[in-house]
Design a binder for this molecule. Structure first.
Ligand SMILES: O=P(O)(O)OC[C@@H](O)[C@@H](O)c1c[nH]c2ccccc12
Length: 397
């Protein structure tokens, strides 16, 4: 598996997605078998092929690979992605394993539900949709054009600094208040949804930062909302709440005025998190790396340069919410490691009452991410005082 990781490191598939059509074409030209491994190098391309000798022993012989097969190699790296991810305990597959069916064989009732292209859970469905959505958007606005747009983007603001300051000022966890219209688990949260009014109300109510959902299909959010809020003069730094599967989305978020972005460890293998965190640093964006279990947080703690970890109390595969997950993941030795590294922890989801806030604060978080309980209030800013059990605005009356 080491070899797979280093192979992936040499092929930036995050920025060079295989074009599905060219892949199909090239597959018919030269389809490597699953027991052959391709290596990319700048000067030559060699495939190690298993050859059975007469006595049955297998030897590995290098054979040159024709030009067209390079496209297949990208496709193979796509396959490796799932394998590398699986080795890190990630169950979410980046795209349907066999692609959309080209034709159907036999009557519908004989097609098996999970043979191939049915997502196993809602998170996987979101990711598969996001993958094709981003591919389409990238075609319309290639990375090069997007990089140009960055020059006109409003300057990034200090997301983590704002949380720290609020925590010091109030003695309570710094609040990231979420501008959230709907979710797959809770349906529509608020009918009369004016993103700018909600954002301004949150700011007045004492939120340190805001989280703006930008996914349209599943959360009824948009990048337009993010831009509107940024351009309305809201001073709270903004987290772009997206399902990031491609570095292109990070550039896009920055171009639209985001100050931070979410990376989900249940979706992204270590190498992607490392690579994307570097890009974020380069662009001045903070990263909130989200975890939900011990394995994910341990993976993230091994990655250099992580400053902000979010513990999602909601399992994105089943929607189950349990706020004791925050406590479980940061107690004992792990908590010590987090403190030693100076990482700030954000408690996310399912927080409704002052007792909930006190519970996660006691566990060790210095920030919280809250949507439902405050966005549903007729005055979301006042909802913050209800959530914390006291007025935390800058000018309490
Ligand atoms: O509305 P809640 O339960 O307060 O949760 C807010 C936030 O934590 C949740 O929206 C969230 C956390 N991680 C996510 C990842 C994607 C989409 C949404 C989320």
């Amino acid at each position: 598996m080491e070899a797979l990781v280093s192979l992936r490191a040499t092929v930036p598939s995050l920025t060079h997605r295989p074009n599905k059509l060219s892949v199909r074409k090239s597959i018919s030209m030269d389809l490597p078998t699953r027991n052959s491994v391709s290596f990319a190098s700048s000067s030559s391309s060699i495939r190690a092929q298993q050859i059975e000798s007469k006595d049955g022993s297998a030897t590995v012989a290098p054979v040159p690979v024709p030009e067209e097969a390079l496209k297949v190699k990208e496709w193979e790296v796509g396959m490796f992605h799932n394998e590398v991810a699986a080795s890190q305990g990630i169950r979410i597959r980046r795209r349907p394993p066999t692609g959309p069916p080209l034709h159907y064989v036999g009557p519908f009732e004989f097609r098996l539900q999970n043979e191939g292209n049915t997502p196993r859970n809602i998170l996987e469905e979101i990711i598969w949709h996001k993958d094709t959505e981003v591919a389409r958007l990238r075609e319309r606005r290639p990375l090069l054009a997007l990089k140009k747009e960055l020059e006109n983007a409003p300057p990034p603001r200090d997301f983590i600094g704002a949380l720290r300051e609020a925590n010091l000022r109030t003695g309570l966890p710094g609040l990231i208040a979420e501008v959230k219209k709907a979710s797959p688990s809770r349906g529509i949260l608020r009918e009369d949804f004016n993103p700018v009014e909600i954002a301004q109300s949150y700011e007045q109510g004492g939120a340190a930062c805001l989280s703006v959902l930008t996914d349209e299909k599943f959360f009824k959010g948009s990048f337009e909302n993010l831009e509107l809020i940024r351009n309305a003069g809201v001073k709270c730094p903004l987290l772009c709440k997206e399902f990031v599967v491609d570095a292109w989305q990070i550039y896009n978020a920055r171009a639209k005025g985001a100050d931070a972005i979410l990376l989900i460890a249940a979706v992204l293998p270590d190498l992607d998190i490392k690579y994307m965190t570097k890009i974020c640093k380069m662009l001045g964006l903070a990263t909130l790396v989200e975890v939900h279990n011990e394995r994910e947080i341990d993976r993230v703690l091994e990655i250099e340069g992580i400053e902000l970890i979010g513990i999602n109390n909601r399992n994105l595969e089943t929607f189950e919410v349990d706020i004791s997950i925050t406590k479980r993941l940061i107690e004992g030795e792990r908590g010590q490691r987090i403190r030693d590294k100076g990482i700030m922890v954000v408690g996310e989801s399912g927080l409704f009452t002052p007792d909930d806030i006190a519970f996660v604060q006691e566990a060790g978080v210095r920030a919280v991410l809250v949507g439902e309980s405050i966005v549903k209030q007729s005055d979301p800013g006042k909802g913050i005082a209800g959530l914390f059990g006291k007025d935390i605005s800058l000018s309490p009356n």
